[in-house]
Design a binder for this molecule. Structure first.
Ligand code: SF4
Length: 369
């Protein structure tokens, strides 16, 4: 990652600190930028006169705003870097510091992938099915088929999305793609998302039936995996850091779906479950956890509510339960389940295991709205 090309926009933060005469400020920085955190502290303290405490615990999203512990330390303002405001209130005044990356990757390498994906979308639209009756075996096949979602397509538009530090590029790339003959939409999602085209690992609510395939501007496969699991639509990736073009393979998604299928089958006979509740403000789904407990009771099983700030194998593996249902960050069950000694599933997967949801509806991503 070329840190020189990042723009850490600290001016507004310094102005806010000065205007409010804040004396003690907490700084929260995403993992990839922590290497620069001390430099940022020097800049903020030097310009504003306030003292800065680095919240040094891991931070993977705006769901994870520091709150009561910092309040107890006397912190007056939280400065949260690299993520955008969500539809949550942590109870602390919070200033979001945008970080943008000044990249200009070539689209040429992406074009053959996008053209192929448009054809896949077209053939999927041509074969839209009416949702006729299916057998149990066919239903399970449909569950495992990454592109076999029951929702029908109404168009083959290219959805243009990105991770937050690249969103300022989207309008320009939309124009370039339109010049190349694509019909492009920058999807607007729900309240958890602040900007058009934004995606989070737990929210792809901008998806719509007229979008047939996607281009993601960003690096890594975290967002692409979630987007394809959620939508079943082909996705090309363009990395502004390296300029590389690639695609998220359906084989990879189907491997994940087979793993989810195996876990759902494995918990069918389980009698007791730990139900994880995330303590982070943007991961706390208490009502969902209680609904899961009631559902387990309805099926004659035990559910124990366990609240954690940070979910990890050493903090839960030892409990004498048969499996865990995770209502905290959805990606813990999807991306990390092999690290846990016992099956770790999402609430939707529990509903399928208990027969409350049908296999033929296809896989349903655990989205936090
Ligand atoms: S994917 Fe997980 S860590 Fe990222 S914003 Fe969503 S809940 Fe938070």
């Amino acid at each position: 990652m070329d840190l020189e090309k990042h723009d850490f926009q600290l001016e507004e933060l310094v102005e806010r600190i000065r205007n409010n005469d804040n004396r003690l400020v907490a700084l929260q920085v995403p993992e990839g930028l922590k290497i620069q955190a001390l430099e940022m502290i020097d800049a903020i303290e030097g310009e504003s006169g306030a003292r800065v405490i680095l919240a040094a615990d891991p931070c993977y999203g705006a769901c994870d705003l520091v709150h009561d512990k910092m309040k107890m330390m006397g912190v007056e303002l939280v400065a949260h870097m690299g993520h955008s405001q969500m539809n949550i209130d942590s109870g602390m005044p919070t200033h979001f510091i945008p970080v943008t990356y000044d990249g200009d990757p070539e689209l040429a390498g992406c074009m053959p992938i996008l053209e192929r994906h448009r054809e896949i979308a077209q053939s999927k639209m041509d074969s839209n099915t009416s949702g006729s009756e299916v057998s149990e075996e066919e239903a399970k096949e449909m569950f495992l088929d990454a592109v076999g979602r029951s929702s029908t397509l109404e168009g083959i538009k290219l959805g243009l999305v990105g991770s937050i530090q690249h969103l300022h590029l989207l309008e320009d790339y939309k124009n370039r793609l339109e010049m190349a003959g694509f019909e492009v939409v920058i999807p607007v999602g729900g309240e958890r998302l602040t900007f058009p085209g934004q995606v989070l690992g737990c929210n792809y609510s901008g998806d719509e039936p007229t979008i047939g395939h996607y281009l993601f501007l960003g690096s890594g496969d975290f967002h692409p995996i979630g987007l394809v699991l959620h939508t079943g639509k082909p996705l090309a990736m363009l990395d502004p850091y390296t300029g590389d073009s690639s695609e998220m393979s359906f084989e990879r998604i189907e491997r994940i779906l087979r793993q989810r299928f195996g876990l759902i089958m494995a918990v069918g006979e389980a009698g007791s479950f730990g139900i994880l509740i995330g303590e982070k403000p943007g991961q706390m789904r208490r009502s969902l956890a209680i609904r899961m407990k009631k559902l387990l009771e309805k099926h004659g099983k035990r559910g124990y509510l366990l609240a954690l700030d940070h979910v990890s194998p050493d903090l839960i593996d030892f409990y004498p339960v048969d499996a865990f249902v995770n209502t905290a960050c959805p990606r813990i069950a999807i991306d990390d389940s092999t690290r846990y000694a016992k099956p770790l599933i999402t609430p939707y997967e529990l509903e399928v295991a208990l027969g409350e949801k049908k296999w033929e509806s296809g896989y349903q991503f655990d989205e936090i709205p």
